[in-house]
Design a protein around this ligand. Structure first.
Ligand code: ADP
Length: 479
């Protein structure tokens, strides 16, 4: 019997286009679902994607997509990469830009139209071919859930995953008309949000199931503290909501097979070679001192204010600290100034996949004092590379990192240093605990080795997604 078909939609997918964890998930989750579903992954064919390198070819002729009374030219492209089928939507409005979402510190003004067009183009695929499930991710594809309710010929069931509730796709009311949506959708039950329209609400209201990327975050988003103004709306739809923790691609993030490393490794002795190489490359010295790293978006969510606040205190301790990231310019400036002041601090601004791997391989501790964290992949990648993450007990960090003081070798989970409040004193106390642990080499090594052996793969979580798909397919066959 042929496998049921699944269309997985995301606005970024590694290795084609990546700004954060969504791209990693859109790369690795479909691979974990392939044995049960015939999966196609669809994304915009951004300017930055190297068509030749990936063998991306047109699939058919240019066609027109109607949106708000305007006809937009669209071309469908495709390729198979590492056994996975990819579909790319090309339209000048959506794709011909330097950045995915906008230059640093802002989004493109016409993002409502860009991702509206992406969603309409996805709907044309769903009309042409019989997919059992369409899996939508974040606000950029949320509108698909609404649009397919308008199309009686589409029998596809939808799953909408919230990767980060802080980014909702909120635009001026007028965009509704340009999106070809009538006034019915400008209501509290639909896309209206304080006089504007909200794409995320469309996903929540119209998808058949909603998931978010960890069980703790699924609970947190029902509260005013983490609900970003949508806690009441989510509460109303909570019967459709569940939390499934993300996994990582354990082949891509594998210290023993990682081609970006000077010395792929299976043990801490091998890891030490990578630390020395990284320190040499950055002119940081003192391989004996613990190396703290941060890899991630320079955004307030990631606890950047806290990091910048404590850094002058942390540099007084015996350690070296390295940052890799890009994001808000105020953080770039502050971190670069600190790196100029202290020779034990190194900052690399920009996006560099290979360097990130080299840093995970070099580090002793990973700094992740996020104010909120839907799941977080970086802490899992860090643990896989034998690093101890230092995390705020929140969201997916609470679900994936246990405090080293409760260490047992039998646990399936990884360990780090966990602190309860995103405040300077508590964070510094956690850093001091980490430094004290580092002086007890036997104890530190035990935890680091345990982390390298943990299973951070998609195996368990993919089963939870498959269960959701199966329930939806059973519903549609009874309908
Ligand atoms: P986010 O909130 O950005 O999705 P996650 O921890 O879930 O955070 O995922 C971030 C992913 O992006 C990880 O794979 C991390 O290594 C990677 N990453 C983030 N910033 C950079 C960067 N500047 N260079 C290379 N990789 C990065």
């Amino acid at each position: 019997m042929s496998k049921p078909r699944l269309l997985f939609c995301a606005s970024e997918v590694y290795p084609f286009a990546k700004s954060g964890g969504l791209a990693d998930v859109a790369h690795s989750l479909p691979r974990a679902l392939c044995s049960t579903y015939a999966v196609e992954v669809v994304l915009p064919l951004y300017q930055c994607i190297d068509r030749e390198a990936f063998g991306i070819k047109p699939l058919g002729e240019e066609y027109a997509v109607q949106m708000g009374g305007i006809s937009y030219p669209v071309m469908l492209y495709g390729c198979t990469y590492e056994g996975v089928a990819y579909r790319f939507i090309y339209s000048p409005l959506l794709c011909d830009r330097t950045f995915l979402y906008g230059p640093p510190d802002s989004g493109y003004e016409d993002n409502a139209l860009r991702y509206g067009l992406f969603s309409y183009a996805v709907v044309t695929l769903l009309k042409k071919e019989a997919y059992s499930i369409v899996h939508l991710n974040d606000w950029q594809s949320a509108l698909v859930a609404l649009l397919i309710k308008e199309e009686t010929i589409i029998k596809t069931k939808s799953v909408f995953t919230i990767h980060n509730l802080a980014y909702q796709g909120v635009f001026a009311h007028q965009a509704l008309l340009e999106l070809g949506l009538d006034g019915r959708y400008f209501s509290m039950e639909s896309m209206e949000f304080y006089g504007q329209i909200n794409f995320m609400k469309a996903g929540i209201a119209y998808a058949d199931r909603i998931t978010t990327v960890s069980p703790t975050y699924a609970k947190e988003i029902l509260t005013p503290e983490f609900g970003c103004g949508l806690e009441g709306f989510l509460h109303f739809h909570r019967h459709k909501l569940s939390g499934i923790v993300n996994g990582i691609d354990t082949k891509h993030f594998s210290p023993s097979q990682d081609k970006t490393l000077v010395f792929p490794y299976v043990d801490l002795r091998g890891k030490a070679v990578n630390k020395r190489a990284y320190l040499k490359q950055t002119a940081l010295k003192e391989a004996k001192k613990p190396l703290f790293i941060f890899v991630g978006r320079f955004a307030s969510q990631k606890g950047l204010d806290l990091l910048i606040e404590i850094l002058p205190d942390l540099v007084k301790r015996e350690c070296t600290i390295a940052f890799l990231g890009e994001g808000e310019s105020k953080y770039h400036q502050a971190l670069e100034a600190l790196a100029k002041t202290y020779d034990t601090v190194h900052v690399t601004c920009g996006y560099d996949e290979a360097l990130s791997h080299q840093m995970y391989a070099a580090a002793d501790f990973f700094l992740m004092p996020s104010l909120f964290e839907p799941c977080g992949l970086a802490q899992m990648i860090a643990m896989r590379y034998g690093v101890l993450p230092i995390v705020h007990h929140v969201g997916g960090l609470a679900d994936t990192v246990q405090d080293y003081t409760s260490f047992t070798a039998q646990s399936a989970k990884g360990y780090g240093v966990v602190f309860s409040q995103p405040k300077a004193e508590t964070f510094l106390a956690a850093l001091d605990d980490a430094l004290a642990l580092y002086t007890n080499k036997r104890r530190y090594n035990k935890v680091a080795k345990h982390n390298m052996r943990c299973d951070f793969s998609w195996q368990e979580s993919a089963k939870s997604y498959l269960e959701i798909y199966e329930t939806l397919r059973a519903q549609s066959s009874h309908a």
